[in-house]
Design a protein around this ligand. Structure first.
Ligand SMILES: *Cc1c(COP(=O)(O)O)cnc(C)c1O
Length: 236
């Protein structure tokens, strides 16, 4: 585990350095961007070692994996982010672990989340997942549905709509990714005017993964979700 911890600390430092450089290129302060380490590739002990190395926000995209790792690391103070498709029948078991849900992709899920958050007497921070790729088979609201989804979401007293989340369509095409991230930001800016009537609404933009997080930061990301890059050289 000692070798693993050393490698994790190096990988983490390298990612943070690249994040800071990307932020600097567009004149943004580095501390405005949060790194969410996606731990879906590794076992709980490695996820725990990354937390110990100083990455306090961890993300999972499958409910069962979140439950397993959150239970294994209970009491350590990990802030868990759920970033995958969540079925309504898994809301009750998942919510107690989650500090932010990035991937709200339907109005039926909104209603279920509000009901469960009310039962837990909490206000749940959420992001609305937008399908910015133009691929109908992917999850998320279409940009044309954004106003309606946000209007509905704002009416739920136990949900705190913090922003939008999106994914680029293809890996490796950075210029396409840049356009898609910019589109997500445009959708957010539109919602500020047309629905929230508040220029500070929806502060968070969760976009960018290992292959495109720098482009995402240049386009305005406040949260990047990085997995594989952090675990390079580590077998778990
Ligand atoms: C796996 C995953 C990531 C991280 O992907 P990497 O390319 O490994 O960095 C980010 N977001 C979501 C929704 C994911 O499922």
């Amino acid at each position: 585990m000692k070798e693993v911890s050393k490698r994790l600390a190096e990988n983490l430092a390298a990612v943070r350095e690249r994040m800071a450089a990307a932020a600097a290129r567009v004149g943004r302060p580095a501390n405005e961007i949060k790194l969410v380490a996606v731990t879906k590739y590794v076992e709980p002990d490695v996820a725990g070692a990354l937390f110990d190395a100083g990455c306090l926000d961890l993300g999972e995209s499958r409910p069962q994996e979140l439950w397993r790792k959150a239970e294994a690391l209970a009491g350590r103070g990990v802030r868990w982010h759920f970033i995958g498709h969540l079925q309504r029948n898994k809301v009750q078991r998942t919510l107690p672990f989650v500090s932010m849900l990035h991937s709200v992709d339907s109005t039926r899920l909104l209603a279920e989340l509000d009901r469960e958050a009310a039962r837990l007497s909490r206000r749940l921070p959420i992001l609305l997942e937008m399908n910015i790729s133009g691929d109908d088979t992917k999850h998320g609201f279409q940009p044309a549905e954004a106003s309606e989804a946000f209007s509905i979401a704002m009416q739920f007293a136990h949900l705190d709509v913090r922003g939008l989340m999106g994914m680029a369509s293809r890996e490796g095409d950075l210029e396409a990714a840049r356009d898609e991230f910019q589109r997500l930001r445009d959708v957010r800016d539109q919602l500020r005017v047309s629905v929230a009537e508040d220029s500070q609404a929806l502060p968070e933009l969760s976009m960018g993964m290992s292959g495109d997080f720098e482009v995402a930061i240049e386009a305005g990301a406040t949260m990047v979700r990085v997995g594989s890059l952090l675990f390079e050289g580590i077998v778990s």
